[in-house]
Design a protein around this ligand. Structure first.
Ligand SMILES: Nc1nc(=O)n([C@H]2C[C@H](O)[C@@H](COP(=O)(O)O)O2)cc1CO
Ligand SMILES: [Zn+2]
Length: 184
């Protein structure tokens, strides 16, 4: 029997991991995820945008349009890239890659550079016109951090929790495992 052909490629897998992490975000307008991968293609850190630990939802705002900046999320929220770096489960992340849904802002660019990450793979550069993004690219270019856009082959990857209960191996019709004996 031949191997499956519709398995995820590495870039798809790591970007999908970043997007899955983003599902944890409580930000009502933009959910961002990030995934750090080492030279052996092992995931060593994942993060999403959220309030600092202990800064409770009731006390900190998720809005962004108040004239009082203390009442906007931007003062408080930790970006996905920062959390992924802080969550890393190994001391050394030199030469790692970071997969992230949005191009990193200038503050995260500093963190990425200081941590030794050498490549940024992003999906969207929708803030390319903003100075924060221009500053990020200026720093990445200066220090030789590579960046490239990930262009997905599929616009969706579906996770079906039920699929594990079906017998795909033998290409049987949608058959629950409990009825498997019927086909053996
Ligand atoms: N690279 C990024 N990583 C992130 O985690 N974020 C977060 C910060 C905010 O929580 C949200 C952006 O909010 P908004 O301005 O689109 O409503 O995404 C934003 C960017 C964009 O630079
Ligand atoms: Zn950032």
């Amino acid at each position: 029997m031949n191997c499956r052909e519709d398995y995820l490629e590495w870039d798809e897998y790591f970007m999908a991991t970043a997007f899955l992490a983003a599902k944890r975000s409580k930000d009502p307008s933009t959910q961002v995820g990030a995934c750090i991968v080492n030279e052996d293609r092992v995931i060593i850190g994942v993060g999403y945008n959220g309030m600092p630990k202990g800064c409770e939802d009731g006390e900190f705002p998720w809005g962004k349009h108040s004239d009082d900046s203390l009442k906007n999320k931007y003062m408080y929220v930790c970006h996905a890239e920062l959390n992924a770096v802080l969550n890393k489960n190994t001391a050394n992340i030199k030469n790692c890659k970071i997969y992230v849904a949005l191009f990193p802002c200038n503050e995260c660019a500093k963190v990425i550079i200081q941590s030794g990450i050498k490549e940024v793979i992003y999906l969207s550069d929708k803030h390319a016109h903003k100075k924060t993004t221009v500053a990020s690219k200026k720093m990445f270019d200066a220090v030789g951090v590579r960046y490239r856009q990930f262009v997905p082959k599929h616009s969706k990857i579906v996770i079906d929790f039920n699929q594990i209960n079906w017998d795909n191996m033998n290409q049987l019709p949608d058959t629950p495992i409990k009825n498997r004996k019927d086909f053996e």
